[in-house]
Design a protein around this ligand. Structure first.
Ligand SMILES: NC(=O)c1ccc[n+]([C@@H]2O[C@H](COP(=O)([O-])OP(=O)(O)OC[C@H]3O[C@@H](n4cnc5c(N)ncnc54)[C@H](O)[C@@H]3O)[C@@H](O)[C@H]2O)c1
Length: 451
């Protein structure tokens, strides 16, 4: 079979499954209670904790947190929920290792600073835990990503990166449209992380967002650790919210793969200007030299001929937007202007339709079924689905819908973009973490209304 036909056929298979009743796809549903633990209950960990406490199919066995304020909030949340207080591990930076010694844990969620994900994932796999959910991103270096892939394979375990944007309602409706061929053959994709994080990267050590220009030891939450990455690294530091949905549109690791990428970085002004504006010229942080360019742009090419443009833009004033664009031989979606155009189907030639009509019509079966349960869940409800998928996979003892190969491939964009920039914008190869299996693997993400 010619490669292009093969890819197209896997797309059709996915489309066909998208409308298949869940009962036919899964052999059976287990009613067992899943025994989970969470490492890190800071800002994001508390979101996950909230969703877990709402579920009757999860027993929260343990939490680990080293920061007093976050731990207090988490304990209050648990008490308020009426659920049993789990074992609490705290006191030192290695307390999580003791948590992993608990017998009979079905899964663990890792919601800590980026640099701790890899050691904690490896620790969980070594401890024999078969389902490991990690917040974005998987690791720091390319070697980290290989290590995690190899450890997951060796232990026959599932590592799922909790990439929630893949479940955003418009993103999923567009996935439904892609799978039904509405845009024709996919040609070009865009996305990124375009979020003014200046008030996340700096605070006063008391408030989580803003009110000061401290980072590191004197700061709280993400400003405590995330900002250091902007001091020392230049690349696309947070690719997964953009590349996750794009990877599903393009069947990456499932009939297609990233071949190579090339990154460019702009000058760095935003963080310095923010410090001077908020803290004055004489603030010690005004002397810090930030390595991270304000806008980092990465081009990726795919085995099946698509191109991808990915942007990382977190240091300048701007409204939030992930900047998605999905373009095929028949038309395109752009999320910034919330519009869709499909030739011969849109109301007027050469003019945008309001995307809403299309997105409502192609609302994904998952959202149709579960939207009531998403009420109050973070990020407009999409956070519900990522926890739901993790828990349901454990209950059914099936692979997670996003696996270790997806996590490694998407996360590898960070060290590869750093390398490309370091080499004067050279094109670098993206490794095939699947070891050639990308040619045979079929799309599995959200094929029905189950999870
Ligand atoms: N998917 C999303 O939408 C989303 C949103 C926000 C954050 N995140 C990700 O979630 C992760 C955590 O981010 P956050 O915003 O919660 O940061 P945070 O700093 O608020 O929370 C991290 C927590 O980990 C704890 N921690 C640090 N070292 C530890 C250790 N050795 N043992 C136990 N706990 C430890 C910290 O005390 C802190 O409370 C990051 O990977 C971030 O990128 C994802």
């Amino acid at each position: 079979m010619k490669r292009r036909n093969f890819i197209r056929n896997t797309g059709f298979a996915a489309a066909a499954m998208a409308i298949a009743p869940a009962a036919k796809v899964f052999a059976g549903t287990a009613d067992t209670k899943v025994r989970l633990a969470i490492i890190g209950v800071g800002a994001r960990g508390q979101n996950h904790l909230d969703l877990i406490l709402r579920r009757d199919d999860v027993e929260l066995v343990a939490i680990c947190e080293i920061e007093e304020r976050a731990l207090t909030i988490a304990k209050e949340m648990i008490t308020k929920s009426g659920k049993k207080m789990p074992q609490v591990f705290t006191g030192d930076v290695n307390a999580w290792k003791k948590l992993l010694e608990i017998k009979g844990l079905d899964g663990v969620l890792i919601v800590t600073p980026w640099e701790l994900h890899k050691p904690m994932i490896m620790g969980a796999l070594d401890a024999g835990i078969k389902y490991v959910g990690t917040e974005v991103i998987l690791g720091i270096t390319l070697e980290d990503h290989w290590d995690v892939v190899k450890a997951a394979e060796k232990n026959n375990a599932h590592v799922m990166m909790m990439e929630n944007v893949c479940y955003r309602r418009d993103v999923m409706a567009v996935l439904n449209m892609v799978r039904q061929g509405m845009f024709g053959e996919i040609i070009h994709l865009q996305g990124g992380y375009q979020h003014d994080l200046r008030e996340v990267k700096f605070n006063d050590g008391v408030n989580m967002y803003g009110h000061g220009v401290e980072f590191g030891e004197k700061a709280y939450s993400e400003a405590h650790w995330r900002t250091e990455h902007s001091v020392h690294r230049n690349g696309d530091l947070y690719p997964t919210h953009g590349i996750g949905p794009i990877a599903h549109y393009a069947n990456i690791n499932r009939g297609n793969r990233f071949l190579s990428l090339c990154s460019f970085s702009s000058k760095a002004r935003g963080l310095h200007n923010h410090i001077v504006k908020q803290g004055g010229e004489s603030h010690p942080n005004a002397k810090v030299n930030f390595k991270l360019g304000d806008v980092v742009t990465t081009s990726i090419n795919c085995a099946n001929g698509e191109t991808i443009l990915l942007q990382h833009d977190t240091n300048l004033p701007r409204p939030y937007s992930l900047g998605f664009r999905v373009q095929g031989t028949e038309g395109l979606w752009m999320d910034v202007n919330k519009s869709i155009y499909i030739q011969e189907k849109s109301a007027r030639a050469h003019q945008w339709d309001d995307a809403k009509t299309w997105l409502d019509k192609y609302d994904h079966p998952l959202w149709q079924r579960w939207s009531k349960d998403t009420e109050g869940a973070g990020h407009g409800g999409m956070d519900f689905f990522v926890i739901h998928a993790f828990v349901e996979s454990i209950k059914r003892k099936t692979p997670t819908p996003m696996d270790v190969y997806d996590a490694a491939t998407w996360s590898s964009i960070t060290p590869l973009s750093e390398r490309s920039i370091e080499l004067g914008n050279q094109t670098v190869e993206v490794p095939d973490f699947t070891g050639g299996q990308w040619m045979y693997r079929k799309p599995v993400f959200s094929l029905n209304d189950s999870y």
